[in-house]
Every structure is written in C-alpha cells, then in structure tokens.
Design a protein around this ligand. Sequence first.
Ligand SMILES: C[S@@+](CC[C@H](N)C(=O)[O-])C[C@H]1O[C@@H](n2cnc3c(N)ncnc32)[C@H](O)[C@@H]1O
Length: 310
Amino acid sequence: MTQSETGNVGSPGPLAEDEQRSSAAAEHLEERPPAPDVDITKPHVARMYDYYLGGKHNYAVDREAAEQMLKLFPQGRIAARMNRRFLIESVRWMAQEAGIRQFLDIGSGLPTQQNVHEVAQAVDPDARVVYVDNDPLVRVHAEALLATEPNTIFLTGNLCEPEDLINRPELREHLDLSRPVGLLLVSVLHCVEDDDQAQRIVKTLSDALPSGSYVAISHALQDESTKEQWAKGREIYQRAQASGRVRTREEITALFTGLTPVGCGVVHISEWTPPEGSPAFEGGGNVVSLDDPDVVKTVPIMCGIARIDR
Ligand SMILES: C[S@@+](CC[C@H](N)C(=O)[O-])C[C@H]1O[C@@H](n2cnc3c(N)ncnc32)[C@H](O)[C@@H]1O
C-alpha cells in the first residue's frame, strides 16, 4: 500500500533521504486520530514502519518508538526500503513473468508509493488485489485510496485466523481461487509469535490456492550478531502492542516447507534478485539504491518467492 502523498519508498529520485525525513516530519499528521478505533496513545507497528519509510501516517508515539529502534538498528530505514523493494519486485515479477493476475496481500500496511495494486495493474489493468490488515488506520487509508478502484478491495482481517480469512465471502467474490494467486506475506509473519502457528498459516493459505500460485515471504532475521539488539527491540515492539518473534535463517527457511523456491530461493535480502527474466530489476525501477553494500549486508531480513506445486 502506499504513502500516497509523500512516502518515498520508490526510487529516492531527486529527494535525498535526509530531505525525505525532514519533510515527512514537518508534514506529519495532526495528532488526532482519524477514526475512534485508532489509538494514538500507544505506538503501532504499521505506523512505525511508515515512519521508517519516510511516510506521514504516523504519530508522536510511533516516531518515538521508531527512533528507539533506529538507535538499535541504524540501518532500519534502508531495511524498510529494501523490504519494500522485495515486495514491489516480487509483484512485478509475478505479474510480468509468471502471468499472475490476482494478489492476496496480508499485512498490507499503510499506503506508500508503488502499492501492490498499482504495480500489478501497471502490467494488467484488470489485475485483482485483496489487501488485508488488522490495523484500523490502515483500513481508514485503504478505504479512501481504493474508493474508486473496482479491481482492488481491502478487508480488515487477522493473519492468525487463516481459515476464516481465506473463506471470507468478499475475498472469494473478488478472487477466483481456482486460478493462480500471488500470496504476499511480506514483513508480517514475524508478528506471529509461535513457530508452529506461523508455519500453519503459510500451509493453510497455500493449500487453499491452486498449483501455479506463488508465495512471497520476507521476515526479520536474528543471528548471533543481532541477538542482543533484538532482545531490546522486542521490548520496544511489545510496548507497541506487537507480539511476535524474529527468527533464525533455519526457522525462516522452514516457513517455505512444501513449497518450491524459485530463482535465488530463500536468501538474505542483500542477495535477493527476482527470478530470471525480470527486466525491471536490471533496468531501472529499483526502489532503493544499493550503493552501500556494507550497510545492506547488515539488514536483518531474509526473503524469497516460492511456487505452489501439486
Ligand atoms: C511491517 S508492516 C508490512 C507492510 C507491507 N507488507 C510491506 O512489507 O511493506 C506489517 C503490517 O502487518 C500488519 N499486521 C500485523 N499483524 C497482523 C495480523 N495478525 N493480521 C493482519 N495484519 C497484521 C500490521 O498492521 C502492519 O500493517
């Protein structure tokens, strides 16, 4: 989803990162919730992510918590941008190269640049998208953004209830589940604390989709070098009412059990490229500049795309 008005997740273009940050800070929302169920007294994970991306859909509590995280992980902003690049390039590849015309994006997040429906519909204007998120602020912005988009809908829903989600009548009316779907679980499975539950979610959703569908997953990575930082980070996210767990390389790889990895497989995000045949990645369209390889290598995220084969 997109920071429609600011949010430079796309190519940094003429706007330098520092400028983006200060313009986002200057233009931030009035500190008033746009709906009664939006709680701005506690930080929220979607709004903290929006802040890392330079967006303006965030409040003082979110910015404060996000700044604490950035002290632990100074590469947090580049991490968010790389994650976004993974999402955008996955959708582009699925639409352009794999012929996918329907997308289910769970944990879709707040609007930013190059939303999933925009990327998919740039390839085929008839591509259909269902966004799902459990955050009321995401709902407010998604409904405004999608009011005039017949091929894209938003559902408030919980990833942790995958059977209910996949059986929602609105979802089934919008997507034809007898035809391949691009399932996007990007930067959301680490919001699920329990390992078995996280694996079950991926399996339940994948099992509901036909052969030839694809799943894109990115996930926060813990290794020996980041253990202490994540322990402190977890406290910050708990204050943001976000449960969840960062996972090791092996645990993240296990989320792909039963699926067929495509392209470079499940890798550190600095090593990820779209599966062969995507011209967009090579020739412009990159959404972050990878000009600091040392920083990029420290971004604590793994990701990959896999195909559902039966
Ligand atoms: C870090 S953002 C990722 C946004 C987007 N997928 C991306 O990668 O750019 C995580 C999103 O997942 C949502 N989320 C967290 N737990 C969820 C759950 N149990 N069900 C649905 N959405 C959830 C949050 O509200 C937030 O918008």
